[in-house]
Write a protein that binds this ligand. Structure first.
Ligand code: SF4
Length: 359
């Protein structure tokens, strides 16, 4: 099928096939792709609002047994610079964050070898009780798998206990590329694509809402990217648990992979992926553009390539920072960036419900 026919089919609400997605990824003109994604974005979300969340992304520990080659953040237990914060320290930092207006704490660590299960449980329970204005958005699927392993519980038992403690959403980190060929090269100890999908499937069935992510710009081919989108779309058909899709690019500095891949993916690749995601993931409500990971200008341009969410304010961040990638913005600046791009900023919560709309 010719590219124009595929794009018209998307705009007319027809689901594209895997082969059509691949054809778009390889052959479509970037501006035509963006234009179609922009139109589909407005079919899904007719308001001229672009949402953002006031959030922060601290880490409870950087100790990790997985040793991903793309990661500059982790340390082995006992290594200089390794840390694990106490529950008390985390609660204190959440209280400070709440005073700054934070509504979401996206908390991740490494995959820790021996933190007791009670640590995680107490953290969720105390956050709910002592910092009620904050929604805990804690623990990506690889961490859930690690917690299941160290606690001797099943993934379902871990997620059930966390649910009863008050956790309702999970961040979609650790998906990287849902292609085992690629995962073997960048994170061979992290579990398979099916492991990530299995955690999400169980979480969604319990009632959790989650995001889905993708980290590109290393060994993946376009076919891997389309396979990733296909896996998300299939699971979403089954569970409807994904709230948003969030791609970001690999940051090489200080990572073991830097020697092999010393460069960032291009902004054009990022925009192509955003647009493809909007067209392919016809069942995922939101696509997020990231001022934080791709730069403020590209974040703004992403709003014309299918994204309707501007991500978070991210007051604290350590993972990109470990790779010497820094980007800062205040709440006011995030709102200004959205307005400058031609949209109306709307603050949302973790569940993508709108809290307020700028006048
Ligand atoms: S990306 Fe996550 S799982 Fe991989 S090494 Fe870093 S902290 Fe560990």
């Amino acid at each position: 099928m010719r590219i124009r026919e595929i794009l018209t089919a998307c705009i007319n609400g027809k689901r594209i096939t895997r082969d059509e997605g691949l054809q778009l990824s390889l052959e479509a003109d970037i501006l035509e792709l963006g234009e179609a994604a922009y139109e589909v974005r407005f079919q899904k979300n007719q308001q001229p609002f672009v949402t953002y969340v006031v959030d922060t992304n601290p880490n409870y520990s950087n100790i990790c047994t997985i040793e991903c080659s793309f990661c500059a953040f982790y340390k082995r237990k006992g290594e200089t610079g390794a840390f694990t914060l106490s529950v008390e320290e985390l609660i204190t930092s959440f209280k400070h964050a709440a005073e700054r207006g934070v509504t979401t704490v996206l908390l991740q660590g490494g995959v820790h070898p021996d933190l007791p299960f009670e640590y995680y449980l107490e953290l969720i329970e105390r956050t709910r009780k002592e910092v009620p204005h904050i929604v805990p958005h804690f623990f990506s699927p690889p961490e859930i798998l690690g917690i299941a392993q160290t606690s001797g519980l099943s993934v379902e038992e871990v997620l059930q206990k966390f649910w009863y403690a008050g956790l309702r959403t999970l961040p979609g980190g650790g998906a990287e590329i849902l292609s085992d060929r690629v995962r073997l090269k960048i994170s061979s100890k992290k579990g398979s694509s099916n492991d990530w999908l299995m955690v999400m499937r169980i979480a969604h069935r319990i009632g959790y809402r989650t995001t889905a992510t993708m980290m590109f710009g290393h060994f993946e081919e376009w076919e891997d990217i389309i396979n990733h989108l296909e896996a998300i779309r299939i699971l979403q058909d089954e569970t409807n648990g994904f709230m948003a899709f969030i791609p970001w690019s690999f940051k090489p500095s200080n990572t073991p992979l830097e020697k092999v891949i010393p460069y960032h993916a291009t902004p054009l690749k990022y925009l192509r992926i955003l647009a493809l995601a909007r067209l392919y993931l016809d069942n995922v409500p939101h696509i997020q553009t990231s001022w934080f990971s791709e730069g403020k200008k590209i974040g703004q341009i992403g709003l014309y390539f299918g994204a309707d969410d501007f991500g978070g304010t991210i007051f604290e961040e350590n993972v990109h920072a470990a790779a010497q990638y820094y980007n800062k913005a205040t709440v006011d600046e995030c709102r200004r960036l959205i307005r400058e791009a031609g949209f109306i900023p709307a603050q949302r919560n973790t569940l993508y419900n709108i809290l307020s709309i700028d006048k």
